[in-house]
Design a protein around this ligand. Structure first.
Ligand SMILES: NC(=O)c1ccc[n+]([C@@H]2O[C@H](COP(=O)([O-])OP(=O)(O)OC[C@H]3O[C@@H](n4cnc5c(N)ncnc54)[C@H](O)[C@@H]3O)[C@@H](O)[C@H]2O)c1
Length: 410
């Protein structure tokens, strides 16, 4: 035994997992960073983090305390500005902010200039370096992102880095034929044709072997060309658009109407929000990109029929991060009786989103560790417009994730 001990030497600590947040100075990123530090200090519980509970907790996931955050942003505004806003709105408790100041400052210092998306030129407090990077040919943008990722992994001796897109909603663009297959996209990149920033980030991550999570409605890795790239490089990815509020309710309540054979005639939704995401969505081109995903789930759950739906989004600055969503469901039962369901959802957008980001980063790192590649269909329950996964019904999506976990417990 003694000689065995001598030859095997001390056990090396498993290399840590990095999480690279695109939009690192935004509200969700701030809640991810303070949430992780707060849990490490024992100040808050992992409420809302499904990977900390059965059955997902039985997977060999990267421990929350071992995650290292890095990222990029396009603004000069420091993390402290976003954090002060979230504290004022009662989302980040003041004692948490005080206790985690050192970790937050270290994270903020690691934030590098991102790639400004073309239509966002002219935004407030932009980092001139991000604006410059936004103007160079896409191959150079990709190389710059990959350099930052490599430096992040080197500086923190990471075994793996997952890239999570938490940037603002991009302006809507009509689909480009060059996005359909990898060959066409490569040719467009070679020709220097500008691409949406989310496509640049997704390409950079996947081509360098980093799993990619797209929490935004932006195109990211959902285009055919990048789905092909992920498979060719053997990298897992998932998206699009985190399912935190109104769509979560629709995905849960919709199947109830369908199962009872009740005829849903109209489903009206009205969202009011006052955070930066809301300010961006006040612009019609950006709002169009977000609204693309809002109806899809409901229509697929309720099937064909004369369903009238509408989702309105308004920017109401006084609400800050407290989003209020009202739903009015008009439906018909036996004898043609017409009834309605009306509900109001009042939630902190960022506090709802941050735990999902941590779940997804851990699940993406886990999938990569196991050599799984392509779309992570088992994460459909986390997204409004899942890239893969079949059903939109929440209970069914959740069972798929449970089955995935059961087949992979340690
Ligand atoms: N909070 C939710 O419940 C929820 C749900 C689903 C999706 N989302 C999406 O998540 C994203 C982030 O939400 P948030 O509330 O944190 O928004 P936010 O506005 O507070 O933060 C976004 C950050 O991204 C930065 N950014 C913009 N363009 C960038 C680029 N090209 N590269 C790097 N950084 C860039 C902005 O400067 C900002 O700091 C949004 O796209 C939102 O639509 C949020």
């Amino acid at each position: 035994l003694a000689s065995k001990r001598a030859t095997s030497g001390p056990r090396t600590r498993a290399a840590r997992t990095g999480v690279w947040l695109i939009g690192a100075r935004g509200a969700i990123s701030s809640c991810v960073s303070y949430g992780l530090a707060g849990m490490a200090h024992g100040l808050i519980a992992p409420t809302g983090i499904a990977t900390e509970r059965e059955p997902l907790a039985r997977l060999a996931l990267a421990p929350l305390g071992e995650l290292v955050l890095g990222g990029c942003d396009v603004v000069r505004r420091g993390l402290d500005v976003t954090v002060a806003e979230l504290a004022r709105q009662g989302i980040l408790p003041r004692e948490l902010v005080a206790a985690c100041a050192a970790e937050a400052a270290a994270f903020d210092a690691r934030v590098t200039p991102g790639v400004l998306d073309g239509p966002d030129v002219g935004g407030a407090d932009l980092d001139p370096r991000a604006a410059q990077l936004g103007a160079v040919p896409p191959r150079e943008q990709i190389a710059a992102v990959q350099r930052d990722l490599a430096e992040f992994a080197r500086a923190h001796d990471l075994g793996r880095a997952v890239v999570v897109n938490l940037a603002s909603t991009e302006a809507f663009r009509e689909p480009d034929r060059a996005w359909n297959d990898l060959g066409s996209l490569e040719r467009a990149l070679d020709a220097g044709r500008a691409q949406p920033a989310s496509i640049v980030y997704a390409y950079a991550a996947l081509a360098a072997g980093h799993p990619f999570v797209n929490f935004t409605p932006n195109r990211g890795a959902s285009i055919g060309a990048l789905r092909e790239l992920a498979l060719a490089r053997g990298v897992p990815h998932c998206g699009n658009d985190g399912k935190t509020g109104e769509t979560l309710l629709k995905a849960t309540l919709g199947p109830m109407f369908a199962a009872r054979a009740l005829r849903v005639l109209s489903w009206q939704g009205y969202n009011m929000l006052g955070n930066r995401d809301g300010a961006v969505l006040a612009d019609p081109a950006h709002r169009q990109a977000k609204l693309r995903n809002k109806d899809e789930a409901l229509r697929s759950i309720l099937g064909p029929g004369e369903l009238h739906t509408h989702v309105g989004i308004d920017f109401v600055p006084s609400l800050g991060d407290w989003k209020t969503a009202m739903d009015f469901v008009h439906f018909e039962g036996f004898l043609g009786a017409r009834m309605s369901l009306q509900l109001t959802w009042h939630g902190s957008d960022s506090a709802l989103a941050a735990p999902l980001v941590l779940d997804l980063a851990r699940l993406a790192a886990f999938a990569a560790e196991r050599g799984e590649s392509g779309e992570m269909a088992h994460t459909a329950c986390y997204f409004k417009a899942p890239i893969a996964g079949g059903s939109h019904a929440f209970a069914e999506q959740w069972r798929t994730l449970e089955r995935y976990a059961a087949e992979r417990v340690r």
